[in-house]
Ligand binder design. Sequence first.
Ligand code: TYD
Ligand code: MG
Length: 447
Amino acid sequence: MNKEKRNFTCTTCGYKTIKWVGCCPECQEWNSIQEEKQERLKWATKGTNLTVSMVSLDTVQTTALKRMLSGIGEWDRVVGGGIMPSSIIILTGDPGIGKSTLLLQISHGLSHNYKVFYFSTEESLQQVKLRANRLGCIDSKLLFSDHAELENIIATALQHKPDIIIIDSIQNCYGAQTTTIPGSISQLRESVFYLMRLAKENNITVMLTGHITKEGTIAGPKTLEHIVDGVFYLQGEDRWQTRILRSVKNRFGPINELGFFEMQHNGLIEVPNINEHLLNEVSYSPGSVLISVIEGSRPLLLELQALIIESKLAIPQRVISGIDHKQVMLIAAILEKYLHIKLSKHDIFIKVSGGFKVKGSGIDLGIALSLLSSYFQLPLPQKSIALGEISLPGQIKPINQINIFIREAEKFGIKTIINAHNQKIEKTKCTMKSFKNVYDLLSLFKE
Ligand code: TYD
Ligand code: MG
């Protein structure tokens, strides 16, 4: 009996199975399962003329690897000091977040020094022109096409040898010659693979945009992330104009680095000094507390806003955005237990201003103080910041890297640091208000 192992793959989602099935158990697509033809590498053992030359690294030229700067400082910094030549990167985010806007602005910046070809596979040239007019990005050096066929794009790139090609978006790009279904995940993966080869073999930098799925991954498989050199997410919330650019994978630079922009009528405007921008909005009114978290390489100063009101419902409402729901519930439970405040009979609304998402135990104290401040309807000291962790028995604990937060806060005129009694702090001009446990926090609300 032939015991050779057979493999079947879903051409839509990439699901693998050893048995043929009519309907893919993963994506529920019918007739998408095909057998993988396993070409055995028999010739490899026979000795052929397919050998490649091996080189010593001393002989490899690196002069061509000067990073490509777009002149948009926040972008250049997040990608690691400009894009690495011959790399392939993907910019992703929700539809309408501003990917095409950012990419057009970057292409315009890059076109001053590099030959850039922009393939708009989603929008017609008229639509791109309308956007470019709005952004002031019309330049005879930046060339566009609205062709979406992968073979044409690659052939054009091979013939004209641009320094950079941009494809907006990769999901709308299709391969006429490939065996996979247009628009399917396997085709997406195949397209990115060919573009990766184009980048590496011809010294062409490739920048792609890709949509995100409901689950927050680049539409299609995570495997796309493995093929490319860099994955950058553009994030933000509709009602806020702030857009955050985050590096989640970067072979040639730091990860989790953040860049900040603001969406305005004439495109994405850089916000190089984000903390100054954020602090302008802080109200220091009841329920408002300043906290700090490290994002990428920088501490961010953010405002937490809570609203506590007596609930009219049998099950009080909990509307929480930007922080982990469980973390807020835990802090509320600690306050209820040790301060005998009936938060469980109150509606709790809490959010991080600016549409940011924060996590980490260093914001525990901030959460507790914003809940208490709203509950008592009394503000915290003006220009103060809360930095501390809270343990289950209600003790305030020191946090790591507090001096980085304090230095940043001091730079922006913060006067008071609310923290744990045993926190070690370097010399600072700020006043310390240090506490041992949650019960002691009540002294902040005694008029
Ligand atoms: P877009 O770049 O098309 O998003 P994506 O490519 O991620 O889908 O941006 C679309 C949104 O941005 C749209 O709602 C309009 C808004 N916008 C501005 O506010 N200002 C601008 O200058 C531009 C070009 C777009
Ligand atoms: Mg777009």
